[in-house]
Write a protein of this length. Sequence first.
Length: 73
Amino acid sequence: MYNNDIELLKQLGRNIKAERVRKGYTQESFAEKACVSREYISRIERGQENMSILKILKLSQILEIDIKNLLAF
């Protein structure tokens, strides 16, 4: 389905951004809740960060969604 890891990371970033926007968080407010920088959130959403499963789980908890929704490719 995905030709490379970059496309996978980009799709994960799009999923996170869509949920963030749907919940009404700015990058800044989401970053504050996640205890990370806004720049880090930006890199995630652009598919430039390869996060651990624990970080993805934390973001799903902040967004109050099941982790499988973020990992739906």
